[in-house]
Design a protein around this ligand. Structure first.
Ligand code: UDX
Length: 395
C-alpha cells in the first residue's frame, strides 16, 4: 500500500485472490467489457492554489482513446466545479463514436477509517443529468443501503467542496474559541460539551488542537476559494478558515514558550506524533510537521516519535531532528513533551515514567487528548489548548 490504511491491504488481497480485482497499467485492458469507469486520480494543489487537473485530463484522454462500447465515466476525484464539463469535452472531442455519459460521484472517506466510511456512508451523492446514468449508479450502490442524493453534476461537485470547507470551518471556529478560552480562563472542554449538546450545532469536528491538515481539507478549502475568486466572489469565510488554521501552530509555539519561561531556543523538545492525525502514516500538510519545523527554526533541538509516520517524516526532516524509538526514548533529557497528534497511544502513557525521564516536567497537549489530572498527579506541569486549571466539583 502506498499509504497505511487499516484493513486495506487485507481487503485488496482477498478481492484479488477471489478474482474480483485485477490491476493493470493498460487502460484498454481495464476498460475491456466495462460499463462504468471511475476516475479516481490525485488532484494536487497547483503553484497558485488551484487544483492541478493534469491527471484528470490524462485519464479522460486515455478513456476516450480506448473505450469501445457504451460507457459511463464517473468522476470520483475531488475536482473544482465545472470539471465534469471538461471531462465530457475531452471525451466527446476525441472523435470516438462510442456512447459516453459523464457523472460525478464524490467520496467522503476519511483516512484511517476509509473502509468503514465506504461501507456505511451517511449518503451517496450522484451528480448526473442522464436518467440511465443515475439508474446505473443507484444499482451499483444499492447493496450499501445508504440514502442517495441525485443532483446535477455541478451541484454534486459543489457538495464535496462545501462539505470539506464546512468541516474545516468548524475546526477553525473551535480553535479560535479555544484560544479565547485560554485568554479569559474559560475551559474549552466545557464549552464544546455545552454547545455540542445543542442539536443544531452537534458535537463532531469541534475538537480543538493544532489545526486541520492532510491531503484534503487544506487543499480543498484553498481550491474552493480560487473558484470563488474566479467568479468575482470574495471568499471571506474560506480565507478566515485558512488563516485561523495557519495561526494555530503559532499559538502552539507560544504555549510551549510560556511553559518554558519564554523561549524554546537551545531547549530540548520531545514531539510525539507527526502524522496529520491518528491512524495514518500520512504527513502531507501535517500541522505536527509544521510545528517541528517552527521549533527547529527557533533554535530548539527536537526529538520526534510517531508510531507509524516516522519513515515518511525521516525523508523530510532528515538529520534535523533525532528520531526516537518510543515516547519514553524521546523524553530523555527533554525540557518538554509536546503531544502533536491524536494517536490513542499517547493518552495511555506511563506518566510517572515520563516524569522520571524528562529533564523538566512539562507536558504540552496540543490535541487535548490527555487527562490533565492524571498527568498532574505524576508531578508534571500540564498545558492543553484552551483548557483551564479549575477543578470542577460536580455535586
Ligand atoms: C477529510 C474529510 O473528513 C473526508 O470526508 C474527505 O473525504 C477527505 O478529507 P481526512 O483528510 O481523512 O478526511 O481527515 P479528517 O478526519 O476529516 O481530519 C482532517 C484534519 O482535521 C486532521 O488534521 C484532524 O486532526 C483535524 N481535526 C478533525 C481537528 O483538528 N479537529 C476535529 O474536530 C476533527
Amino acid at each position: 500500500m502506498p499509504l497505511y490504511e487499516p484493513g486495506l491491504a487485507q481487503l485488496i488481497r482477498t478481492q484479488q485472490a477471489e478474482g474480483r480485482l485485477r490491476f493493470t497499467d493498460r487502460p484498454e485492458v481495464a476498460l475491456e467489457g466495462a460499463q462504468i469507469v471511475f476516475i479516481a486520480v490525485g488532484t494536487p494543489t497547483g503553484p497558485t492554489g488551484e487544483a492541478d487537473l493534469t491527471y484528470v485530463r490524462q485519464a479522460a484522454r486515455e478513456i476516450a482513446g480506448c473505450a469501445r462500447g457504451p460507457l459511463l465515466v464517473v468522476n470520483k476525484s475531488t475536482v473544482p466545479v465545472e470539471t465534469a464539463d471538461l471531462v465530457e469535452r475531452i471525451i466527446k472531442g476525441n472523435g470516438n463514436a462510442a456512447d459516453f455519459r459523464v457523472a460525478s460521484n464524490p467520496e467522503f472517506l476519511r483516512e484511517g477509517s476509509a473502509i468503514g466510511d465506504f461501507m456505511h456512508p451517511d449518503r451517496i451523492v450522484i451528480g448526473a443529468s442522464d436518467p440511465h446514468a443515475v439508474a446505473m449508479l443507484r444499482e451499483l450502490y444499492a447493496p450499501l443501503g445508504a440514502p442517495v442524493h441525485v443532483v446535477d453534476i455541478h451541484t454534486a461537485e459543489m457538495i464535496k467542496y462545501a462539505a470539506n470547507a464546512f468541516l474545516a470551518t468548524k475546526i477553525s471556529f473551535i480553535n479560535e474559541i479555544a484560544n479565547l478560552c485560554a485568554a479569559v480562563d474559560a475551559d474549552i472542554d466545557g464549552v464544546v460539551a455545552g454547545i455540542g449538546a445543542d442539536a443544531r450545532i452537534g458535537r463532531t469536528y469541534l475538537e480543538p488542537g493544532l489545526g486541520f491538515g492532510g491531503s484534503c481539507l487544506p487543499k480543498d478549502v484553498a481550491a474552493l476559494a480560487m473558484v470563488a475568486r474566479a467568479h468575482a466572489i470574495e471568499p471571506t469565510m474560506l480565507e478566515a478558515t485558512l488563516s485561523v488554521n495557519r495561526r494555530q501552530v503559532t499559538h502552539a509555539i507560544r504555549l510551549i514558550e510560556d511553559l518554558l519561561g519564554g523561549d524554546v531556543c537551545e531547549k530540548e523538545i520531545a514531539v510525539a506524533g507527526l502524522a496529520f492525525k491518528a491512524g495514518t502514516d500520512d504527513i502531507r500538510e501535517s500541522p505536527a510537521m509544521v510545528l517541528v519545523e517552527a521549533l527547529i527554526t527557533r533554535g530548539a533541538s527536537v526529538t520526534a516519535y510517531d508510531p507509524i509516520a516516522q519513515r515518511h517524516a525521516r525523508r523530510v526532516l532528515r538529520d534535523r531532528v533525532r528520531f526516537a524509538t518510543s515516547v519514553y526514548d524521546a523524553c530523555a533529557s527533554a525540557h518538554a513533551l509536546v503531544i502533536a497528534s491524536d494517536d490513542r497511544l499517547f493518552a495511555q502513557l506511563d506518566w510517572p515514567r515520563i516524569a522520571r525521564t524528562l529533564a523538566a516536567g512539562n507536558v504540552v497537549d496540543l490535541r487535548n487528548r490527555l487527562d490533565p489530572a492524571v498527568v498532574r498527579q505524576a508531578g508534571l506541569t500540564y498545558a492543553g489548548v484552551g483548557r483551564n486549571r479549575k477543578e470542577i466539583f460536580a455535586s
